[in-house]
Design a protein around this ligand. Structure first.
Ligand SMILES: Cc1ncc(COP(=O)(O)O)c(C=O)c1O
Length: 366
């Protein structure tokens, strides 16, 4: 059997008539940038997130970048995040002109360790960016408590956490602002690039709203220096259609995760944990094994496609060598990078495919 890591074609087949109607609607309107679809999607997505404002932007990287700029982050500042994230978390900090500063993660969840936060804060710290990695929210309550005691805003990286919850709250409800990616493989993905900034703060939302569109409030009248980072009408129409499926698709991911967990119970490898009070939406299903590379090859040889998120922590990437970190700086994240393996996980994955993956893993681990 061949089990893909993901397969967008299966999703398209599930919802093709709705998607074609949505795209046709945009073509018929003759309006492609910042029109009715973006407005309707922003309203619907804000409601889904439980916040007052959502602003559609060009990508998740841009959502983080504009959120940081809107929070006042600029040259010479420091922004704290984690080393085990997608590199764009750090790129966005760099684009804002700031220096990424890392803190290590908790060994079980691999999410920002709030116990290490206080000691990383300096007078230059202008924002803290916890990353809700793999579909599970970091301990955002404690992070916000520490950050706000220092007057520092929290920008949540929710690029992998559409629909995830921390004590019943979603990204953007506890932190000051959250950034989403709609990269196609995300739990809510466009059929191209897209992103959104969500917040309850009307002034912050207004700044992002200006920043994404050349800093103009009225056509050709520019109140601040801005960028071009807009969600387009076609993607907004697709996202609006797909948003109505998100809860069901997240439930399916959780069911698949339960199937993996029960199938792999007692096997000699570490399984993902859902921390108390969190709702994990399993953007990725990540296991750990000390001989990860051999396990990956074993699965590859048996037709199972897996990926590693991520093989090199940001502080050890060539692009970030200038920060001066060396191996050993963040032992938990570094060890995890050597052991983690993401198994196939997407809503259209079949039960028999999960059972096949489980069987092949058990063959390897005993
Ligand atoms: C945690 C995280 N942050 C940021 C990004 C960047 O999002 P995008 O690819 O939409 O720019 C991604 C997605 O790739 C991500 O997974």
């Amino acid at each position: 059997m061949n089990v893909p890591f993901g397969d967008s074609r299966r999703e398209v087949e599930e919802i093709r008539p709705e998607i074609e109607a949505a795209i046709r609607g945009v073509l018929d309107s003759g309006w492609f940038i910042l029109g009715e679809n973006v407005k309707r999607f922003e309203e619907a997505f804000a409601a889904y997130c439980g916040v007052d404002h959502a602003v559609g932007v060009g990508s998740g990287t841009e959502a983080l970048h504009l959120a940081l700029v809107a929070c006042g982050v600029g040259h010479g500042d420091e922004v704290i995040t984690v080393p085990n994230t997608a590199v764009p978390t750090a790129s966005a900090i760099s684009f804002a002109g700031a220096r990424p500063v890392f803190v290590d993660v908790e060994p079980d969840t691999l999410l920002m360790n709030p116990d290490l936060l206080e000691q990383a804060i300096t007078p230059k710290t202008k924002a803290i960016v916890p990353v809700h990695l793999f579909g599970q929210m970091a301990d955002v309550g404690r992070i916000v408590e520490i950050a706000h005691a220092h007057g520092i805003p929290v920008v949540e990286d929710a690029c992998q956490a559409h629909g995830a919850e921390w004590h019943g709250k979603r990204p953007g409800q506890v932190g000051d602002v959250a950034a989403y990616s709609f990269y196609p493989s995300k739990n809510l993905g466009a059929y191209g690039d897209g992103g959104a900034v969500v917040t309850n703060d009307p002034e912050l939302a207004q700044r992002v709203w200006l920043l994404r569109n050349y800093g103009q409030k009225k056509r050709y009248y520019h109140s601040i220096v801005g960028f071009n980072s807009r969600l387009d009408e076609v993607q907004a129409a697709i996202l609006l259609t797909k948003l109505s499926h998100l809860d069901a698709w997240n439930e399916r991911r959780r069911n698949l995760a339960r199937r993996y967990l029960s199938g792999l119970e007692g096997a000699h490898l570490s399984l993902p944990v859902e921390a108390p009070g969190r709702k994990h939406v399993f953007h990725l299903f990540v296991v750990r094994h000390p001989d990860r590379d051999a396990l990956q090859t074993h699965l590859q040889d048996r037709g199972v496609k897996t990926l590693i998120h991520y093989p090199v922590p940001v502080h050890l990437q060539e692009a970030y060598r200038f920060l001066g970190y060396t191996e050993g700086a963040f032992p938990v994240a570094e060890q995890a990078a050597k052991e983690i393996l993401s198994l196939p996980m997407f809503p259209q994955l079949r039960d028999d495919e999960v059972d096949y993956v489980v069987e092949q893993i058990r063959d390897f681990t005993g």
